[in-house]
Write a protein that binds this ligand. Structure first.
Ligand code: GBH
Length: 437
């Protein structure tokens, strides 16, 4: 054939940014050296985490970051997307760790790309409170003052959509609230926090500011009117609710009225211009009308009282997590974004893409990444301005409610010994990067 892992990938544009991603709570450990986050409290509740584990140690990255930076340098990536833990940054000496990490990355020739919030809210705070947005901006200023002399590229939030849906509406992530539609203020406050953070970063002289939003095409379960309507509703909640305010300065019709505060004034803050727009893509969602018993797909159970249900996507291979492998969904997503947002859309960076498979000889991960890079290239060929691609993830890590049972890394981690072993996919990606130079 002419495609697939056997044939070389097409050439990506000069200056295309190649990277890998992680997040603080999932790799850092050293939980005793920071204040508690909502995830510490959540994981301590029996039955919340599949294997009963916590992220207290995780990959012990805080004490092993030198080794992990060496893995990044060996891989040959241009950039490393990590997150700053707000609970650590707020603890005495907490920013010293990021200071060292950034120094080590710069010394290794790897561009640091910090995300300022990746779900690990300090346990004393609550996104239902408007004030959390202002506190976030203060924390962001502190980080920018400390790291801004070496960090040029920033990400405000990771996936406020998933944090709202999974953490506050459905209760399968921290803080474990099941507010259903009463979770909408949580979305608004995160978006407001994003806008205030953009202002704080600009005030500190930052350029190259973006966000990392979770997006995917929404496929209706059938052509039946009820399924099409449910899919459109889901698309509004997961995609447009988070992209429209940032890119168009408006909520999708009907949602603004449900948000707290002076929404028009807030939207002017939320729509602060961005230098680039980050998209995390894993798979499309297949959505149909509500079902009598709700739905349970891909680790997310949706109760019957919501006006949609998630369905399995048939006819595609699935990862160990059960998520379908649909590379063309990435092309569809990227071209769809260009079509919807037109010249309001800044350059796109794919800030996460990856899959969970067991094993060191992870040919299925190679096939997944290869297929998605070709799909991204098709979007480039169709004229979408995509400037970079980050694999999720550098290391196997603590996969939230799934604990240590899902392995997304290019590098295997033996949690008993903390030994890191590069997988076949690490060598493959290294070769891809070499060939693109
Ligand atoms: C990201 O969330 C997170 O940013 C990251 O921390 C996490 O480790 C990583 O992904 C892997 O989970 O409909 O069956 O195809 C991703 C949120 C929610 C995206 C479920 C994919 C599809 C499930 N994901 N979704 S399915």
């Amino acid at each position: 054939g002419t495609t697939g892992p056997g044939t070389p990938l097409p050439r990506f544009p000069d200056g295309f940014l190649w990277g890998v991603s992680t997040s603080a709570h999932q790799i850092e450990g050293a939980a005793g050296e920071r204040e508690p986050s909502v995830w510490d409290a959540f994981a301590a509740e029996p039955g919340r985490i599949k294997d009963g584990s916590t992220a207290a140690v995780a990959c012990d990255h805080v004490h092993r970051h030198r080794e992990d930076v060496a893995l990044l340098a060996g891989l040959g990536v241009d950039a490393y997307r990590f997150s700053v833990s707000w609970p650590r940054a707020g603890s005495p000496g907490g920013l010293d760790f990021y200071d060292r990490l950034v120094d080590d990355l710069c010394a290794a020739g790897v561009r640091p790309v910090p995300t300022l919030f990746h779900w690990d809210l300090p346990a004393r705070l609550d996104w239902r409170e408007r004030d959390t947005a202002a506190r976030f901006a203060q924390y962001v200023s502190t980080v920018a003052e400390r790291l801004g002399d070496r960090v040029t590229q920033w990400i405000t939030l990771n996936e406020p959509a998933e944090h709202t849906l999974l953490g506050h509406a459905l209760g399968v992530h921290a803080p474990g609230e099941r507010l259903l539609f009463d979770a909408l203020p949580v979305a608004h406050h995160q978006l407001l926090a994003h806008g205030l953070a953009v202002r704080a970063l600009r005030a500190a002289g930052a350029r190259h500011i973006g966000v990392a939003n979770s997006h995917g095409p929404t496929w209706p379960a059938s052509r039946a009117e009820a399924d099409v309507a449910a899919a459109d509703f889901y698309d509004m909640l997961l995609n447009r609710l988070f992209a429209d305010p940032l890119l168009l300065g408006a909520y999708p019709a009907g949602l603004g009225e449900l948000m707290p505060g002076d929404v028009e004034a807030d939207l002017r803050i939320i729509a602060e211009p961005l230098d680039w727009y980050g998209i995390n893509y894993y798979a499309p969602a297949c959505v149909g009308a509500p079902q009598e018993n709700g739905s349970d797909v891909g680790g997310v159970s949706v109760p019957a009282e919501l006006p949609f249900s998630l369905r399995e996507i048939e006819g595609y291979p699935v990862t160990d997590f059960g998520w379908p492998v649909v590379p063309e969904g990435l092309t569809e997503l990227l071209t769809g974004f260009r079509d919807r947002y037109g010249d309001r859309l800044p350059p796109i960076v794919v800030t996460e893409n990856g899959c969970s498979y067991e094993g060191l000889d992870d040919q299925a991960r190679i096939a997944y990444l290869d297929g998605h890079l070709r799909a991204l290239h098709r979007a480039l060929a169709a004229g979408v301005d995509v400037r970079g691609y980050f694999v999720w993830s550098l290391l196997d890590n603590w996969e939230w409610a799934e604990g240590y049972t899902r392995r997304f890394g290019l590098v295997h981690v033996d949690y008993a010994t903390q030994r890191r072993t590069p997988k076949a996919s690490y060598a493959w990606f290294q070769e891809v990067l070499r060939a693109q130079r």
